[in-house]
Design a protein around this ligand. Structure first.
Ligand SMILES: NC(=O)c1ccc[n+]([C@@H]2O[C@H](COP(=O)([O-])OP(=O)(O)OC[C@H]3O[C@@H](n4cnc5c(N)ncnc54)[C@H](O)[C@@H]3O)[C@@H](O)[C@H]2O)c1
Length: 299
């Protein structure tokens, strides 16, 4: 791989991926609506384009032969925008625009970020009430279907990378591990539903390894789940976080009502990915949580 494009290049995942690409000698065109916060170093390998993402972006990207287009930009990964259908629809449009740019620039492979929250949509019709995360999962699920059909129709190689729940150094997203450690390390109780569902977490460096290999290696499927390969019941994960943080008594499992969303072990099967890119997980849960705790202590 010589040249790639990464949208959302200043985000948590995008900036980590770009560092990995650059370490492997790959030139990166990094696109983001803002590069505030100095997440990305100034290096000759990185061309930063501070811009929103729409079809006009094609004209701003330097001419060249691109091996991959990673589309990671997404508004409302966290916070109130997650539940806003207008924001989420605009995200789908942005992902379609990036397919058109990839096709126009003859990019070999277009890879787009999905989420394990897509699986929540399979419980939707059984729920009387939903929370904000559902709209995000619905939009990602719809986006995957639209992109897969469109890419197959226009002949653009496409990979939907369905990310597990990600944790680790640099993650301040307020997702499950981030919330749990944030509360526990502030001496507060972290509260949850019954947490009896199967679940999965992946350490950020392992996710990035798989994401990198999905463009570096040949792929023959349009969908890969990127998880740890060792899912567990959520309650076990949460209690283990409490033990490692030295305050298992502050992990309040069963305090909140069940949200009714059902997950199954099969949803977390990464065997297709391992068969394609090899073993990519090198950080077990205890090690990853300990690294994350050490980092949080430095903030
Ligand atoms: N972080 C997680 O735990 C997680 C889990 C599953 C999937 N994902 C997916 O991975 C991708 C990256 O997530 P992240 O955690 O790095 O999120 P993030 O919010 O840290 O990064 C997203 C980046 O996209 C940029 N962006 C948003 N709208 C834009 C626009 N219109 N034009 C240009 N740039 C824009 C933002 O400025 C930001 O830098 C997203 O698609 C997200 O849905 C993340």
């Amino acid at each position: 791989m010589k040249n790639v494009i990464v949208t959302g290049g200043n985000g948590f995942i995008g900036s980590s991926l770009i560092k990995k690409l650059v370490a492997n000698g790959v030139n990166v065109v990094a696109v983001d609506i803002t590069f505030a916060g100095d997440r990305l170093p100034e290096l000759e390998f990185i061309t930063k384009i501070e811009s929103g993402v729409d079809v006009s972006l094609a004209k701003k990207i330097p001419a060249g032969e691109y091996d991959a287009f990673y589309h990671l930009a997404w508004r409302g990964v966290n916070g109130a925008d997650k539940a806003d259908p207008t924001v989420q629809l605009a995200n789908i449009q942005m992902a379609v625009d990036c397919v058109n740019i990839s096709k126009q620039l003859n990019v070999k492979k277009y890879l787009c970020a999905g989420t394990v929250a897509e699986n929540a949509t399979f419980s939707l019709s059984n729920l009387e009430k939903t929370s904000g995360g559902m709209m995000y999962g619905v939009a990602k699920h719809a986006c995957r279907l639209i992109l897969e059909d469109y890419c197959k129709n226009i002949g653009q190689q496409f990979v939907w990378m369905q990310f597990s729940n990600i944790y680790g150094v640099g993650n301040k997203t307020g997702n499950l591990v981030s919330y749990t450690l944030g509360e526990l390390m502030a001496g507060k109780e972290a509260t949850f539903g019954p947490a009896l569902q199967p679940y999965d977490f992946i350490y950020v460096d392992d996710l990035i390894e798989a994401v990198y290999r999905l463009s570096a290696n040949d792929t023959n499927k349009a969908f890969y789940y990127i998880g740890s390969g060792s899912p567990r019941i959520l309650k076990e994960y949460l209690l283990r976080i409490g033990e490692l943080a030295g305050c298992a008594d502050k992990v309040g499992v069963g305090i909140r009502p069940d949200d009714g969303i059902k997950y199954s072990m099969e949803m977390f099967d990464n065997s297709d990915l391992v068969a394609t890119v090899g073993e990519y997980v090198s950080t077990d849960f205890d090690n990853g949580i300990n690294k994350t705790i050490d980092w949080l202590k430095t903030l």
